[in-house]
Design a protein around this ligand. Structure first.
Ligand SMILES: [Zn+2]
Length: 86
């Protein structure tokens, strides 16, 4: 399984709508939000083998603005040479 970070910003006026859509889609438990600190963005870490699956967690209205990054924990790789493939 690969691990992806989803960073999905939205406009302040779209807060309720976006969060409701993610809730309806069943992905709300993956996300944490900066809205109440004035940063209208949601972050999630998800495990999937398919980056398209990660993309589908983001409502289509804001999908273009989202950033999806494949992330890994170097504890599991090689702490001293993180660029080396093990
Ligand atoms: Zn918001």
């Amino acid at each position: 399984m690969d691990r992806y970070m989803i960073e999905s910003p939205h406009e302040p006026e779209d807060c309720d709508k976006i969060i409701r859509e993610i809730h309806t889609a069943g992905y709300l438990h993956h996300f944490e939000w900066g809205c109440h600190d004035g940063v209208h963005c949601g972050w999630a870490f998800v495990e999937t083998d398919n980056v398209e699956h990660a993309k589908q967690m983001i409502p289509w209205e804001v999908r273009e603005k989202a950033r999806i990054v494949k992330v890994e924990n170097f504890e599991k790789v090689d702490k001293i040479h993180p660029h080396k493939k093990s």
